[in-house]
Design a protein around this ligand. Structure first.
Ligand code: SF4
Ligand code: SF4
Length: 426
């Protein structure tokens, strides 16, 4: 594998949005009658499932697809399971969705309350994996890698979102309680929090290292923070947590604090929604709310060829259905009018070099993409640094020939992982 220095970004400077002073409360989306719950496990039509159509479930109950399943979804309210079916996501990733029809009675299970008196990482993972903000409990529990630093992300990593900044500026007490709780549960001494550099005078969290982040895009991405602020050079092919650093969104910290204080899970996710007119709405919606319910509230009409992006404009992924549910990690939803979608082309690369100059990982993207276009994934990793990519999307943004470079890279990484997994199990 080619080893290249992990140098800084040159080229166009994109600025991340900053939250307005004195932000308003998010607008609450009424809980719909039917919630869509995703379980990250494929449905096998030849086997009997543990959860069945017609089952009644309580609020807070964990729903397992099979008796031996480790994955689960959590019911945000009581009701009846009315459908169980396969769900296909990005790159053919298969999951299962359940439709929960609420009964309006909000009957609760006390499973978590019984263990909430004694906060422990393993029980948290057992009950709170799907809290708003998606706490990275499995990574914190991973005994194969010693975690030296926990970075709480109070800054939004993509351009248009202000979800984390909203919580950072409005939930300080919960953040402090959450940090104390997580320190007690994990024993990690070195806990840092990222805050926008504009807020350095007003946002201080006692006992926690502050990492100031400029508004320049890519500065809030985990691997850039690791390299520039923690002095840990990203190793190609290794995740942050494999290098001893876990990143946790500030909403996960707030949710953990609230769940232990209330002795029950919490279900309301804060998110930033941007309509076709570019107007930003800050919203609270229960996990499992289909996104069309949010659009309805703001009169966002989504036509056939419009694009729905889950995540920010640089790193987000397309959603293919208006029934896509709000997930624990859904920070941003953007709707783009079909006329505004930047077109991709089948023009060849003209070797202008813009993608190379802009790449923060210094990857020869113009050469890499030739191998990816030819489905030569192992060669792309061995010779052209596929694994060094930090998935910032800048190469696609600047490409003169409008080649969908980032999509090729994501697909390439996915296919490479499949190849490597198959080799491991051969
Ligand atoms: S997405 Fe493109 S610009 Fe960003 S790190 Fe990967 S190759 Fe470089
Ligand atoms: S920016 Fe696009 S056209 Fe220019 S070198 Fe890179 S891939 Fe080729």
């Amino acid at each position: 594998m080619t080893k290249r220095s992990f140098i800084g970004l040159t080229g166009p400077k994109l600025l991340c949005d900053r939250i307005e002073p004195d932000p308003k409360e998010p607008e609450s989306i009424p809980i719909p009658k039917r919630l869509v719950l995703l379980i990250h496990e494929p449905l096998d039509s030849t086997r009997e499932t543990k959860i069945k159509k017609g089952d009644t479930v309580k609020q807070g109950e964990r729903l397992f697809l099979y008796v031996e399943s480790a994955e689960y979804a959590v019911a945000p309210d009581s009701g009846t399971i009315t459908a169980i079916a396969s769900y296909t996501g990005d790159f053919g990733a298969v999951a299962t969705y359940l439709i929960l029809e609420r009964d309006g009675r909000s009957l609760k299970t006390d499973e978590f309350a019984k263990v909430a008196e004694t906060p422990e990482l393993a029980t948290a993972d057992k009950f709170l994996r799907h809290l708003p903000g998606a706490p990275p409990l499995a990574r914190l529990l991973d005994t194969d890698h010693k975690i030296k630093t926990l970075v709480i992300e109070g800054t939004d990593s993509d351009l248009a979102s202000t979800t984390r900044q909203y919580l950072l500026t409005t939930a300080k007490d919960d953040i402090l309680q959450g940090i104390a709780l997580i320190r007690q549960m994990t024993g990690i001494e070195d806990i840092a929090i990222t805050i926008p550099e504009e807020n350095k005078a007003s946002l201080l969290f006692d006992g926690t290292r502050t990492l100031l982040i400029s508004s320049q895009y890519t500065k809030a991405l985990p691997k850039i923070i690791m390299k520039e602020l923690l002095g840990v050079i990203p190793v190609p092919g290794m995740s942050c947590h494999e290098q001893g650093v876990v990143f946790m969104g500030v909403e996960a910290v707030v949710s953990m604090a609230r769940a232990y204080a209330l002795k029950e899970p919490v279900y309301e996710k804060v998110l930033t929604v941007i309509g076709k007119d570019g107007i930003r709405h800050r919203v609270k919606a229960v996990i499992g709310t289909p996104i069309h319910r949010i659009f309805k509230q703001f009169n966002i009409v989504c036509n056939d060829r419009d694009r729905i992006i889950i995540g920010g404009p640089m790193q987000g992924v397309a959603a293919y259905t208006l029934y896509h549910p709000v997930q624990p990690d859904t920070d941003t939803i953007i709707v783009q009018d079909c006329g505004e979608i930047p077109h991709v082309s089948d023009y060849p690369c003209i070797n202008c070099g813009k993608c190379i100059r802009v790449c923060p990982a210094n990857i020869p993207v113009n050469l890499l993409v030739r191998y990816l276009e030819a489905s030569m994934y192992e060669e792309a990793a061995d010779n052209f640094d596929l694994k060094s990519c930090i998935e910032c999307g800048m190469c696609s943004y600047v490409c003169t020939s409008r080649i969908p470079l980032f999509q090729y890279i994501r697909l390439g990484k996915h296919e490479l992982l499949k190849l490597e997994t198959e080799e491991t199990h051969a």
